[in-house]
Design a protein around this ligand. Structure first.
Ligand code: GAR
Length: 312
């Protein structure tokens, strides 16, 4: 597999779910690797464990205000190269702009069968309600607390003798089974051509005047009724390549890009002679680079008025 998905884990305490993810990542064929364990608490026990296992760690300094804390965490997470964030007992509510910046790429484990018992004290609440079944959920994080789409759940029977602690202990065993599998499935889903197209679409359509259309069976993007600046190609004529094709300033830039990074850039059939370049969307592609190339291509064809709109 080219490049495993890079995951950073956020913890606030013990970190047993983080450990479950870390050890799962060491199994053959696991599609993710843990690139950082970060915490809002310097004394989180899980940080020591991660360190002992040779994983990079980051602890936010004490006493930061909420906005500063999340800006600091965000800096460390980005610097780690993480593509996904896995919350594992991270006991902070994420600010809206942090969630939007990570755009559907944060997952969380929660000790209840969501949508039941969002928030805290889930086990006591399940016992108070005399539920016969408790459990845990992994879900995508949205700005709303414990509310995003559920990726997987495991049910755990409630025993008549259960206390919140005894139930929590069994649910935790279920959590350790669920989280690595749900995360693996989630990162794999992100690697399908459909998911890559969705991401390209997000980037291409964010530019002023963008319009989507199709040409020769490819999704492509143009400036309102005018010129194309980005094509999405998936196994075109059986070439096995998933890529975006974007404009360069001309043959010199095209040749330079291919020269510098022949694993990523190529001269696409049909488009190549007119100075377009192909950028292969490998699983570990740096999406900031894709964004920059699409924007640069757009700038080459956008009418002056629209280009000015983007500058301001
Ligand atoms: C886990 O049970 C997790 O589901 C829960 O905190 C515990 C952390 O344990 N998370 C939440 O309640 C989030 N709302 P761990 O640090 O050993 O993984």
């Amino acid at each position: 597999m080219t490049g495993r998905a890079k995951v950073a884990v956020l913890i606030s305490g013990r970190g047993s779910n983080m450990a479950a993810l870390l050890y799962a990542s060491r199994l053959p064929d696991c599609p993710f690797e843990i690139v950082l364990v970060a915490s809002d608490k310097a004394d989180a026990a899980g940080l020591k464990l991660a360190e002992a296992e040779g994983v990079a760690t980051f602890a936010a300094p004490a006493g930061l205000k909420r906005a500063e804390l999340f800006a600091t965490l965000d800096g460390a997470l980005r610097a780690s190269g993480a593509e996904f964030l896995a919350l594992a007992g991270f006991m902070r509510i994420l600010p809206y702009d942090f969630v939007t910046r990570w755009n559907g790429r944060i997952v969380n484990i929660h000790p209840s069968l969501l949508p039941k018992y969002k928030g805290l004290d889930t086990h006591a609440r399940a016992l108070d309600a005399r539920d016969l079944v408790a459990g845990c959920s992994v879900h995508i994080v949205t700005a709303e607390l414990d509310d995003g789409p559920v990726l997987g759940q495991v049910e755990v029977a409630v025993l008549p003798s259960d206390t919140p602690d005894s139930l929590a202990a069994r649910v935790l065993i279920a959590e350790h089974q669920l989280y690595p599998r749900a995360l693996a499935a989630f990162v794999m889903r992100d690697r399908t051509p459909e998911a890559k197209l969705a991401r390209v679409r997000d980037l291409a359509m964010a530019l002023p005047g963008a319009e989507e259309t199709t040409s020769h069976g490819m999704a492509c993007f143009r400036v309102a009724g005018g010129k194309m600046y980005c094509y999405f190609t998936e196994d075109h004529h059986g070439d096995g390549i998933t890529a975006v094709i974007v404009k360069t300033s001309g043959p010199d830039e095209q040749a330079q890009l291919i020269d510098q990074d022949p694993d990523i850039y190529y001269r696409p059939a049909y488009f190549g002679p007119s100075g377009w370049v192909g950028l292969k969307l490998h699983h570990d592609i740096d999406w900031d680079r894709v964004e920059d190339r699409i924007a640069a291509s757009w700038s080459l064809v956008a009418p002056r008025k629209l280009a000015m709109l983007r500058e301001f």
